[in-house]
Design a protein around this ligand. Structure first.
Ligand SMILES: Nc1ncnc2c1ncn2[C@@H]1O[C@H](COP(=O)(O)OP(=O)(O)O)[C@@H](O)[C@H]1O
Ligand SMILES: [Mg+2]
Length: 366
């Protein structure tokens, strides 16, 4: 007997500065999914937060359809039907699992994950707390440092603090961080709002730029080293990919243009590293994944330095770039897991996590 197809709702777009990236990701993932195995339902989230469900995908998309993914002209507005936590939801309109292909706030940060927890619907990736701390660079670094996982020194600044006492923060940065430093919105991605601040005179402008995108900013010590990233998948038993190095060709750091414009950066997979460094990176990646309470997938981004400790964590991404040509899928490709198989694996991990959660009892009288 043929196995029943699993219904996968693919979420994309989103109330995020990484909206456009998400559209590219959705196009790439949807086209790699085995339509014999999965019923794929596209769900488009507009930048204003409105949800629109498209009709089931029945054929490979071409570039014309890529636009349609965003415009969704001929759509039936069924998203609210399975989103509404009401008794009238027809069971067959609920997906077996949701694949949130959303980057940044309102997607990678626990918000959408919380919605699916409430609805008791399985989803791919980390849960509420893991996604939340993975998104917030200050909380992430607080937890990593509590677990003795090496990272640069940093200072966290709330907008209200900056408004009240900028001079004392500037003094603290001078003492604890030094120059150049990196100034970032605490919650963000794709390098949006990030600047490398060469000296104290530039700090107010860098801080102002970062505050455009968040009410909390992180100021970090500059790390000199090679940028090397590694993939982790799993829930309890973790698999680690080969590491991959990023070389930026023009910019001083891996900024938005380097990430998304052709020829502005080069990915070297696998990274050419001594075995001892690779092992150190694998161990750090596993520890970071567990420390942050992650599940499903993560890309752990490190700096590899000449000095000890050789491996320093920059950040952990719970929904890393995920087009066919992005670092995370390429790392797995080189580790023996093709893009379509990676997608299946992540769906299976999401379903396994959901099954495990069903063991939790919510009544005390049973
Ligand atoms: N402390 C640091 N020292 C040196 N370079 C940094 C530092 N922090 C960030 N960078 C550079 O800025 C890029 C983007 O920073 P990151 O924290 O990874 O933000 P995002 O979440 O937007 O990717 C990094 O890939 C790296 O090139
Ligand atoms: Mg990054």
């Amino acid at each position: 007997m043929a196995k029943k197809k699993k219904t996968v709702a693919v979420l994309y777009g989103g109330k995020s500065t990484e909206y456009e990236i998400s559209l590219l990701t959705a196009f790439s993932v949807i086209n790699a999914m085995d339509l014999e195995k999965y019923r794929v339902l596209p769900v488009y989230i507009q930048q204003d937060g409105r949800w629109i469900a498209g009709s089931e995908i029945t054929k490979r998309l071409d570039y014309k359809d890529q636009l349609l993914l965003a415009e969704n002209t001929a759509i039936e507005n069924q998203a609210e039907r399975w989103l509404a936590p009401s008794a009238s939801i027809a069971e067959n309109s609920r997906p077996d699992i949701v694949f949130p292909l959303l980057h940044g706030p309102n997607g990678e940060d626990g918000t959408v994950q919380g919605l699916f927890e409430l609805l008791n619907i399985a989803y791919v990736g980390s849960g509420v707390s893991g996604s939340g701390v993975g998104m917030d660079k200050v909380l992430m670094k607080d937890i990593l440092s509590a677990h003795d996982i090496p990272g640069p020194a940093y200072v966290s600044v709330a907008r209200s603090q900056w408004e009240r006492k900028a001079p004392s923060i500037i003094a603290e940065v001078k003492k604890a961080i030094g120059y150049p430093c990196f100034v970032k919105p605490a919650n963000g991605g794709s390098s949006v709002g990030i600047s490398r601040c060469p000296d104290e005179r530039d700090l107010p402008a860098s801080v102002k730029e970062a505050f455009r995108f968040d009410n909390k900013v992180i100021i970090e010590q500059n790390v000199s080293g090679r940028e090397v990233e590694i993939g982790v998948i799993g829930n309890h038993e973790l698999s680690v990919s080969v590491p991959g190095e990023i070389k930026t060709n023009e910019a001083a750091f891996y900024d938005y243009q380097s990430k998304y414009e052709d020829g502005k950066s080069t990915l070297i997979i696998p990274a050419d590293l001594p075995d001892s460094v690779k092992e150190e990176m694998e161990a750090v990646a596993r520890r970071a994944f567990r420390a942050l309470n992650l599940s499903g997938l993560a890309r752990v981004d490190c700096f590899v330095r000449e000095d000890e400790p050789r491996v320093v964590v920059n950040e952990v991404n719970t929904m890393p770039g995920f087009t066919r040509f992005s670092m995370f899928p390429l790392l797995w490709q080189h580790s023996g897991l093709t893009y379509p198989r990676l997608i299946e694996k992540l769906i299976d991990l999401g379903l396994a996590r959901y099954e495990e959660k069903q063991k939790i009892q919510y009544r005390i009288d049973q």
